[in-house]
Design a protein around this ligand. Structure first.
Ligand SMILES: [Zn+2]
Length: 317
């Protein structure tokens, strides 16, 4: 009887140990793929602003990549590298941080554009969100990249209403990365300067409940849904992610400010694509130099032409 009880207790201990090892390994995988804060969302808000060099040149771009939800480690690294090359070539200032306390009236006043580079989750306090909203509406510019448009920002209604204009549903899975045809829609828009009418881009393509076109956003480029397989697939489960009208790049006017969102940018490789690089350069140029939205004064066209002629290196540095 005692022997049987001891065997049972040994068996239970082995099962418990295996269970703990399995849970431990799963948590390591969750952390490694950047999903730690997707599983355990953070609401940490920074309180002490970073020091920004007093000799930062103007115009200047604030690159923000704080992740309180899913972390695109590679996409952030590749994006920072690309933005350093672009701002360097244009002789613009750039400051990269994951400290949300930079969103205060004094520090924001030093920047012309804020880039949400795969920023995710509840990254700013109510006060920081308010300061950003005031700064943007007074004539600032915002560029959102990839997960800036996912559903992790849903607690900030102003952000969804004014910068995204759509509710994220899911990204493709089956496979997760697919090359699709991107179709330029608004040839006259400066953000599409020197961008081909159609181009191929491999991406973890997002879908939304409906197109931001219905909310009055300016659609700049859309996906040809026949050019890839827009489904989310897990073993037997399959969800159709077709939108019909499926934009991936769009712009908006927010008070006296402007916004551009681009759905590309999951992997570092996305930022090595010359067309996507050109689009980021164009978007930053429009956000920095445009004085009116959506119509542009003539001097602005000249600025865009000179920016385009300066060229960029697709390979980075
Ligand atoms: Zn992604």
């Amino acid at each position: 009887m005692t022997k049987r009880r001891s065997l049972l207790s040994r068996f239970l201990r082995v099962v418990l140990l295996l269970g703990l090892v399995l849970v431990g390994l799963s948590l390591v995988v969750v952390w490694q793929v950047g999903a730690w804060h997707l599983v355990f969302p953070s609401h940490h808000h920074d309180t002490v602003a970073p020091i920004i060099s007093s000799d930062m040149v103007s115009p200047a771009v604030l690159v923000f990549s704080k992740t309180n939800s899913f972390r695109h480690t590679e996409g952030i690294a590749g994006g920072v590298k690309a933005l350093q090359t672009i701002t360097g070539t244009q002789q613009w200032g750039m400051f990269h941080t994951e400290n949300g306390a930079v969103f205060n009236e004094n520090d924001l006043a030093r920047f012309d554009v804020v880039v949400f580079l795969n920023a995710s989750g509840d990254v700013l306090s109510d006060e920081q969100e308010g300061d950003f909203q005031s700064w943007l509406q007074a004539g600032g510019g915002w560029l959102g990249i990839h997960s800036a448009g996912d559903d992790s920002h849903s607690e900030w209604q102003w952000y969804t209403d004014n910068l995204i204009g759509a509710t994220f549903t899911a990204h493709i899975m089956g496979p997760q990365f697919q090359s699709a045809t991107v179709v330029m829609e608004n040839q006259a828009h400066p953000v599409l300067l020197d961008v081909p009418d159609t181009w191929q881009h491999e991406e973890e393509w997002y879908s939304w409940e409906q197109s931001p076109r219905v909310e009055g956003f300016s659609i700049l480029a859309s996906l040809d849904e026949a050019s890839y397989n827009p489904v989310q697939k897990f073993m037997d489960y399959e969800r159709d992610l077709r939108m019909g009208d499926h934009p991936v790049v769009w712009a908006n006017c927010v008070g006296d400010g402007r916004s551009v969102y681009a759905a590309m940018g999951h992997k570092a490789e996305s930022f090595e694509q010359p067309v996507f690089r050109q689009l980021i350069l164009n978007a930053l140029s429009w956000l920095i130099y445009a004085e009116a939205c959506p119509f542009l004064p003539e001097p602005y066209d000249k600025v865009m032409t000179s920016v385009s002629n300066a060229g960029i290196s697709p390979s980075g540095n």
